[in-house]
Ligand binder design. Structure first.
Ligand code: G3P
Length: 217
């Protein structure tokens, strides 16, 4: 399973990349705004800066909600860097835009996916990734991980190449559950990725080995 980091914070992207296990980055308008990135030139430069840190796919989301706007924006984003994946919401115009990007060899990430039906439409339009939002479904007492598992099963059954990118990951446990559900990618906050390392027996074992190593000197 691939690990993407879900942030626009360059320091966190560098820190995750330094671990040597980072496969890509996802951003969205909320994450970009959180970093104080304003104005088209700065936004575009920020995406280039991210691409220069990591070697994998970098999702850059269109701000337009209409088909023509999505196409114009997506073309500009894709021209920035070969690692850019155009992130498009799972709406009527979004699905049409994804089909256009597919026909024009531009990679896409269909975002804000909350049902198997939405995921299937995105796959039929040729999306490179679909992003089911795990945490936001859990927020409304639904089951985000069950959606990830259902999409994985349907894509396997019909043989779609579209990768299931579990998004809105909030906890380390979400990552474990995505692994078990067969997600192709999980995009996670840095804290959740680092949380995978936590185990008291590992810490205790290292302590014992360090103590015993001293006896070998
Ligand atoms: O990748 C989408 C993600 O950033 C949304 O996360 O926590 O705002 O639901 P959240």
């Amino acid at each position: 399973m691939k690990f993407f980091i879900d942030t626009a914070n360059l320091d966190q992207i560098r820190e995750a990349n330094a671990l040597g296990i980072l496969d890509g980055v996802t951003t969205n308008p909320s994450l970009m705004a959180k970093e104080g990135i304003r104005g088209e030139a700065n936004v575009l430069q920020h995406y280039v800066d991210i691409c220069n840190i990591v070697s994998g796919d970098v999702s850059a989301e269109v701000l337009s909600v209409d088909y023509d706007g999505m196409i114009a924006e997506g073309v500009r984003l894709a021209a920035l860097h070969p690692q850019i994946v155009v992130k498009v919401p799972c709406t009527r115009d979004g699905i049409r835009a994804i089909k256009w990007f597919t026909d024009n060899k531009i990679k896409t990430n269909c975002t804000l996916v909350f049902t198997v039906g939405q995921a299937l439409l995105a796959a039929k339009a040729g999306a490179t990734y679909v992003s089911p939002f795990v945490g936001r479904l859990d927020d409304i007492s639904s089951d985000g991980i069950a959606l990830v598992a259902a999409i994985v099963e349907v894509f396997d059954y019909y043989g779609y190449d579209t990768q299931v990118l579990a998004a809105s990951i909030r906890t380390t446990q979400h990552i474990i559950q995505c692994i078990e559900a067969g997600a192709d990618v999980a995009t996670c906050p840095l804290s959740s990725i680092l949380g995978l390392l936590n185990h008291p027996l590992t810490d205790k074992g290292v302590e014992i080995f360090v103590r015993d190593a001293a006896k070998m000197e």
